[in-house]
Design a protein around this ligand. Structure first.
Ligand SMILES: Cc1ncc(COP(=O)(O)O)c(C=O)c1O
Length: 404
């Protein structure tokens, strides 16, 4: 039969306890009077049962914020929901320009470009920068050096480009330096996540910037899980990269679909790279621009993120509480972010614990290979501003019962 491998690969996934399925979240009633349905707080309803959600990336609790919703409606009224074209035709609206300017001011970067998702932005960047074949001269060849734990979209972009790709052991700048020393390319780029998505730990930014400077390399940071959550006014990694000279060559990508609580992504960089991507990045050129109404709503979300430090403080408080309450024998990765990874190891055990927690009204998805390395299946707990101390106490008690 044609395409036999579909069924074969699905059954292999099942036999390894790595098969994945979606769960459908049902709407919760927000306002009985108007019968207006919406998600709220940290509760989700799956198959008629309510759970506290510890697997959401709405880190700052901004999803469904009335001011962001109002800005979305205002954006629809002003610009329409759809951009109706790609950015280079007639899809680039005032809302997009205003959002780009907002991000440039926020992060103190010269230029910024919007993409329909973080995945698209990463693939676009690596494919486009690495498009030169380097056949003409080694001055045109390009080498990418990625942290081993970099997101799938960075790896896909890098490996589908013409660049040479090396991966260095997680946060290991000594190995990175060795690899850079062996490179004969004039065009070197180091790439890392700011906060790592599945471990919640932070990149060694000082080590990375120093190494980049020593080897005359550019630095690319995927700040998907840092933006909004860390740094002054939630600027993410840039607030920790305070050497303005080296920051000129630093490129920051972040998605709007996590702490910013809208959808899409941005890439902030210098003027030349910005123009280069507009002219050569196929994901940018041949794709409909993001919704202008969404761009308008995103500006409001960023304003709230800048003004409301208490949202970040609350994550820190809840994280400290969880760590205090968890039994010492539980293997939890140290983190200054919203993400707290509890390593279980075996896929089946991770699934069993996740199932047991559901009986206690807790939703915590088990993360398994190939998302994480074999033998490191885990529960990736995300603590959000909208959780309360009782939620954390209930989670810690349930985890202690399930794991010790
Ligand atoms: C580190 C990282 N980069 C990029 C992405 C992709 O972003 P988006 O969901 O906007 O496509 C994700 C999302 O899971 C991520 O965790």
């Amino acid at each position: 039969m044609a395409f036999d491998y579909i069924v074969e690969q699905l059954s292999a996934r099942k036999s390894l306890s790595r098969y994945r399925q979606r769960v459908c979240l049902q709407p919760t009633v927000k306002d009985n009077a108007s019968q207006h349905f919406a998600m709220h707080d940290t509760k989700i309803i799956v198959a008629g049962k309510e759970y506290i959600n510890f697997s959401s990336n709405d880190y700052l609790g901004l999803n469904n914020h009335p001011q962001i919703n109002k800005a979305m409606q205002e954006g629809i009224d002003k610009f329409g929901l759809c951009s109706s074209s790609s950015s280079l035709v007639t899809g680039y609206h005032y809302a997009h320009q205003a959002l780009e300017e907002k991000i440039c001011q926020w992060l103190n970067k010269p230029k910024c470009l919007l993409f329909s998702s973080g995945f698209a932005a990463n693939v676009a960047f690596f494919q486009t920068l690495g498009q030169s074949t380097g056949k003409e001269s080694k001055h045109k060849s390009c080498h990418f050096f990625l942290d081993k734990l970099s997101h799938a979209s960075m790896l896909d972009g890098a490996y589908s480009s013409n660049a040479k790709v090396k991966r260095f052991a997680h946060n290991n700048t000594t190995q990175l330096s060795q690899l850079l020393s062996q490179s004969d390319s004039k065009n070197k780029l180091i790439a890392s996540e700011g906060i790592f998505s599945m471990d919640g730990d932070q990149a060694h930014l000082k080590g990375l910037t120093d190494t980049a400077k020593t080897h005359n390399a550019w630095l690319y940071l995927d700040d998907a899980h840092s933006i909004g959550v860390i740094g002054k006014e939630g600027q993410g990694s840039v607030s920790l990269l305070n050497d303005t000279k080296s920051s000129d060559t630093n490129i920051i990508m972040a998605t709007f679909g996590k702490a910013i609580a809208t959808s899409g992504a941005f890439l902030a960089c210098d003027e030349n790279l910005h123009d280069y991507l507009i002219n050569f990045a196929r994901h940018y050129i041949y794709s409909t621009a993001i919704s202008p109404a969404l761009a308008w709503a995103t500006i409001k979300s960023i304003e709230l993120i800048q003004q409301e430090q208490w949202r970040r403080d609350k994550i820190t408080e809840l994280s400290m509480l969880l760590r205090q309450l968890l039994d010492n024998s539980i293997n939890i990765i140290s983190s200054a972010s919203s993400i707290h990874a509890i390593i279980i190891g075996d896929e089946q055990k991770a699934l069993a614990v996740s199932k047991q927690l559901r009986k206690q009204g807790i939703w915590l998805t088990a993360i398994r290979p190939p998302t994480v390395k074999i033998g490191s299946s885990r529960l990736r707990v995300t603590l959000c501003t909208s959780h309360n101390t009782n939620d954390i106490k209930h989670l810690a008690r349930s985890l202690n019962e399930a794991l010790i």
